[in-house]
Design a protein. Structure first.
Ligand SMILES: [Fe+2]
Ligand SMILES: [Fe+2]
Length: 322
């Protein structure tokens, strides 16, 4: 390395540090440290995969929604999740990874996606509990990401968050309707809340003292709040809403500690989280197999689109030559 390149690197690093310090945005054309680029590619692509895999648990109920109105709403919601996946894949592509590479990382089982989508959806009330708890936790996680230092990621999150808040309300409304129904409907709603409550709390990731990469992401202003802070916010949102619904959150220890100004709760069973993360959750294999099948079934569409693009380009070339 010559003295010149050392100076140039130092200058670029200083420029990057200034952008971060000033709460400005880093854009695709800007120089950035390799570790920052890699962290973002990992985070944004995992986020995109989660949106795409996340279509499956709810897609399971589209044909069985209890009314035309419910079907239309659920269809729109699942379609939104596809859109979220696409904005996020596009944001990740600006960092120098291709869509194809990301797809293969997912279907080859090398990429992670949110563990929450490896649980089954046996009843209609699961659509309510997912909207209320899973999309609710997603909002708590994602609102601060609208200010993430990487421009394309932050901007994608703005639109995603608007749609997520609609998802949360539609879930709440499904549960509210069930809670105002028969005893059997109330029991079904409570059962779904019991099953989704703990997994939704796990969505914020391990406790702060066991989250080694958090400090660096916070320094880079990708992450704005710690996992435990976000979990606390989520509980603050859930407790009054659970009361309004008339459902019981399945933790007898849960209470507000006035002195400490925080929610106290039973310790989360992290062994379950790690089992699912390791691919041994109830639906891991099914979710990945469905994604693989969808990719293979779509091969003819990709081929036809590529062929069409090739013909269009050839026609344009011929026209130019003439
Ligand atoms: Fe989403
Ligand atoms: Fe959503």
């Amino acid at each position: 390395m010559t003295a010149d390149t050392v100076t140039a690197d130092a200058e670029q690093q200083a420029h990057f540090d200034d952008l971060i310090a000033a709460d400005s945005r880093v854009e695709p054309r800007d120089w950035m440290p390799e570790a920052y680029r890699k962290t973002l590619i990992r985070q944004i692509s995992q986020h995109a995969h989660s949106e795409i895999i996340g279509m499956q648990p709810e897609g399971n109920w589209i044909t069985r929604a209890p009314s035309l109105k419910r079907k239309a709403i659920l269809l729109a919601k699942v379609q939104d999740e596809a859109g979220h996946g696409l904005y996020l894949y596009s944001a990740a592509q600006t960092l120098g990874i291709t869509r194809d590479e990301m797809t293969h990382q997912l279907i080859d089982g090398k990429a992670k996606y949110s563990s929450i989508f490896n649980y089954p959806t046996p009843t209609w009330a699961d659509m309510g509990a997912i909207g209320w708890l899973v999309d609710g936790a997603a909002i708590c996680n994602q609102v601060p990401l609208c200010r993430a230092s990487y421009g394309p990621y932050g901007r994608a999150m703005v639109r995603i968050c608007k749609e997520e808040s609609f998802h949360q309300r539609q879930g709440f409304e499904i549960l509210l309707t069930l809670m105002q129904g028969t005893d059997a409907q109330r029991a079904m709603a409570q059962d779904a809340v019991d099953r989704w409550y703990w997994p939704s709390l796990m969505m914020f990731g391990p406790p702060d003292d066991a989250s080694p990469n958090s400090a660096r992401s916070t320094a880079w202003k990708i992450k704005r709040f710690s996992n435990d802070e976000l979990r606390q916010r989520f509980l603050g949102m859930l407790v009054p809403q659970a009361e309004a619904l008339g459902v019981t959150l399945p933790d007898p220890e849960l209470h507000w500690d006035e002195d400490a100004q925080r929610w106290r709760m039973t310790e989360i069973d992290w062994s379950e989280f790690h089992e699912i993360l390791a691919g041994r959750g109830p639906m891991n294999a099914v979710r990945l197999q469905n994604r693989r099948d969808a990719h293979e079934d779509g091969a003819w569409v990709r081929e036809a689109a590529a062929e069409y693009a090739r013909k269009q380009a050839a026609t344009a070339e011929n026209r130019e030559a003439a």
